[in-house]
Unconditional design. Structure first.
Length: 222
């Protein structure tokens, strides 16, 4: 190999001519551009770091998904079972009790002696019939919601308990206020008080059960 300026023989590994000092390597040669080589090295290093970070993040995400337990959906029940069977029995018996109460009230109103009673007693009997008929009608909506396993059944059942207890309390207060307690036998008053107490206990038991229990949540889903 010879120098292009002075023609003196040189080696391929030489950077400058030993005779005239001419620069032998071109400026674009990779060996003469350390800045570009360093930049390329930095880019490669950065790409490798980013790739490692991505792989680590994916691995962490997979491990997290494996360790977190899956939340299972609410188990659904095709048939009404468990303690709800007891509630169903009570719902089917309740309309008959209202029918009997309404029939007895109508019998008292239809009798000739009813005209001799005071207006306060008459208003009490009308209130008793009206409240019984209202609860009787409400029970049909309640039974429909129960049999079709509607989502609104727990709320309707809670409303029924509140209405039933409220009406029972009002009736006992009216009996005492109008002096009807003196005309009724003590056994009748005891039965009415016991019925109100049972309604209160039933509300305490069934309302939380309908809103909390797994069976109720899996049954009333429509």
């Amino acid at each position: 190999m010879f120098c292009t300026k002075c023609g003196k023989k040189i080696l391929e590994a030489d950077f400058f001519c030993g005779n005239c000092g001419k620069k032998l390597k071109h400026e674009d040669s990779p060996d003469m551009q350390p800045d570009k080589n360093v930049a390329a090295l930095n880019n490669n290093t950065e790409n490798n770091i980013n790739a490692n970070i991505s792989e680590n993040m994916e691995e962490v995400a997979e491990n997290t998904m494996e360790t977190v337990p899956e939340v299972s959906a609410v188990e659904r029940y095709d048939k009404i079972g468990g303690f709800l069977v007891l509630l169903a029995i009570g719902l089917f018996i309740a309309p008959f009790t209202y029918v009997i109460d309404i029939a007895d009230s109508i019998k008292v109103i239809s009798s000739g002696d009813f005209q001799l009673f005071k207006d306060a007693f008459k208003n009490f009997m009308y209130f008793n019939i009206t409240s019984s008929v209202s609860l009787f009608i409400f029970l049909f909506f309640l039974l429909f919601s129960f049999l079709h396993k509607k989502q609104n059944f727990p709320k309707l059942m809670a409303i029924y308990f509140v209405l039933n207890i409220s009406i029972g309390v009002i009736i006992l207060v009216l009996i005492d206020k109008i002096g009807l307690s003196n005309l009724l036998e003590s056994k009748d008053l005891q039965d009415m008080s016991a019925s109100l107490f049972k309604s209160f206990i039933a509300a305490i038991i069934w309302i939380p059960y309908l809103f909390i229990s797994k069976r109720a949540k899996g049954t009333f889903v429509n």
